[in-house]
Design a protein around this ligand. Structure first.
Ligand code: GDP
Length: 472
């Protein structure tokens, strides 16, 4: 109906055009971008899309360069299970409490900030692992500035170590490797350096770009040096934010507390959040009733890179949701309601991911430049062969990227990565787990399974040449 009135044609004409494309639509149905383009084209119109992000962007005020000041880096710790992520987070939490500061960091709110030497600050996300990291990215949140990947030096580079590396690289986040458990007799950091170099990851000591630090999370050995390296990485990144505007940030956690109502942990990324500010996060709005920092202290306001617990949201947003403070509560409520309505109409998914069938359509529209692929397989050799052949399919128009390749069945974390990076997943002689299959359906991720390498390559090539018949 809306499209028809924009084009000034009868709504029945639009409906019958959709029917000729094989789509039976009702008068109030929302059409996806591709269908809109094709239908409009039939009537001689060209469609220009205003992305929802643009509307969101208007909630954030642009910054004058002189308004920007340095902010603390935000760090996520990843690595294989039992390699020492939690121990490292705990050690930093316990020790880096500056003198005179009231209490320690006793409660878990999802993130904490510490002051290190030279009165500099670092903020840690308190849920280690690449799943949480990529789940946030899949919701469009870019929070982490630096990733620490912990590898137990008495063990080896393990499957989840590789996954963590892939996930961090797909996010474009700089990585620092912490070789942990150096107190153990069997620890051999050089062996780990060698295994990394076999994956084309060359550490600094060997002339590469990756910083490393040998540590013992249990004994607290060299953690200060590790934190220095985080600060060095942060300096290179030149992290800045404008503290003098309405706050913008990301939801880290949200929960219902019996006594206090909805408790939301928010990481302020720019601006300053104060008690009394009207706020908006995901489909919910509210007004800040109280702010509590990671040490359990009430505060009146917080600036960039500082995590804080907020009381006063009307409903619980989801981790990874953007949050904004607005000038007035009515506006916040209106936007929240609009989002809630859109979510109801469209189901949970608002963003559509790439599928092989869709490449032809996107090519026709002319906005398709990169094809991201995740390759999972049964043995290393075939994964390498398949990945190499896929990379060679790149043309002047489309760049093929293999953003992750690994041995093993297709996992939920692969699906999350695909969702965060708009990728398709290719399984060679492997299948998705039950959970991965369900999540893929929900996130609308295209998983293709092959048992012959040539089939995989031919099908992708056909798709890239726009040869796969589009399905409407
Ligand atoms: P996570 O699964 O990566 O979070 O690993 P944890 O932090 O839970 O550590 C797994 C086990 O390794 C625990 O029993 C820790 O006490 C132990 N551990 C962690 N760091 C060190 C270390 O530096 N040295 C030694 N000897 N043990 C450690």
């Amino acid at each position: 109906n809306e499209l028809a009135s924009m084009m000034d044609v009868q709504v029945t004409q639009v409906i019958s055009t959709c029917m000729s494309l094989g789509m039976f639509v009702s008068i109030n149905q929302r059409l996806d971008a591709e269908t809109l383009t094709i239908v409009a084209d039939e009537f001689g119109y060209e469609i220009e899309f205003v992305k929802p992000q643009d509307e969101e962007a208007s909630l954030d005020e642009p910054d004058a360069p002189e308004s920007l000041v340095a902010r603390a880096p935000i760090v996520t710790i990843m690595g294989h299970v039992d390699h020492g992520k939690t121990s490292l987070l705990d050690f930093i939490r316990k020790t880096n409490v500056t003198a005179g500061e009231a209490g320690g960091i006793t409660q878990h709110i999802g993130a904490y900030d510490v002051t290190v030497s030279g009165n500099r600050k670092i903020t840690f996300l308190d849920t280690p692992g690449h799943e949480a990291f990529t789940a946030m990215r899949a919701r469009g949140a870019q929070v982490t500035d630096v990733v620490i990947i912990v590898i137990a030096a008495d063990d080896s580079v393990m499957p989840q170590t590789r996954e963590a590396i892939n996930h961090a690289q797909a996010a474009g986040a700089p990585i620092i490797f912490a070789f942990n458990k150096m107190d153990r007799p069997g620890a051999n950091a050089d062996k780990i350096r060698e295994q990394l170099s076999a994956m084309n990851i060359l550490v600094e000591e060997w002339g590469g770009k990756y910083q490393t630090q040998e540590i013992s999370a249990k004994q607290g050995l060299n953690i200060d040096l590790l934190l220095e390296k985080v600060l060095l990485e942060a300096e290179i990144l030149d992290l800045k934010a404008n503290p003098d505007k309405r706050a913008v940030g990301t939801v880290i956690e949200a929960a219902l507390d019996k006594g206090r109502g909805i408790v939301t942990t928010i990481l302020v990324q720019a601006g300053t959040l104060s008690v009394g500010d009207p706020i908006l996060a995901g489909c919910y709005s509210g007004r800040v009733k109280a702010l509590t920092d990671a040490r359990g202290q009430r505060v009146n306001s917080v600036g960039p890179s500082i995590p804080v617990q907020v009381l006063g949201m009307q409903g619980a947003p989801t981790a990874g949701d953007k949050f904004n403070s607005l000038e007035n509560e009515v506006e916040a409520r209106e936007i929240a309601n609009k989002r809630l309505q859109l979510q109801r109409e469209q189901g949970l998914r608002t963003q559509k991911h790439i599928t092989l069938d869709e490449i032809g359509r996107r090519l026709a529209i002319g906005n398709f430049k990169e094809l991201n692929i995740i390759v999972k397989g049964d043995v290393d050799g075939s994964i390498e062969a398949l990945s190499d052949s896929l990379l060679k399919l790149s043309t002047d128009q489309i760049q093929v990227n293999v953003i992750s390749k690994a041995v093993g069945q297709i996992s939920e974390s692969d699906v999350l990565l695909a969702s965060a990076s708009d990728a398709i997943i290719i399984g060679f002689q492997v299948r998705p787990s039950g959970g991965a299959r369900k999540l893929a359906e929900q996130e609308q991720i295209d998983i293709r399974l092959y048992s012959i390498i040539y089939d995989a390559i031919n099908e992708i090539r056909d798709a890239m040449e726009g040869m796969l018949a589009p399905t409407f």
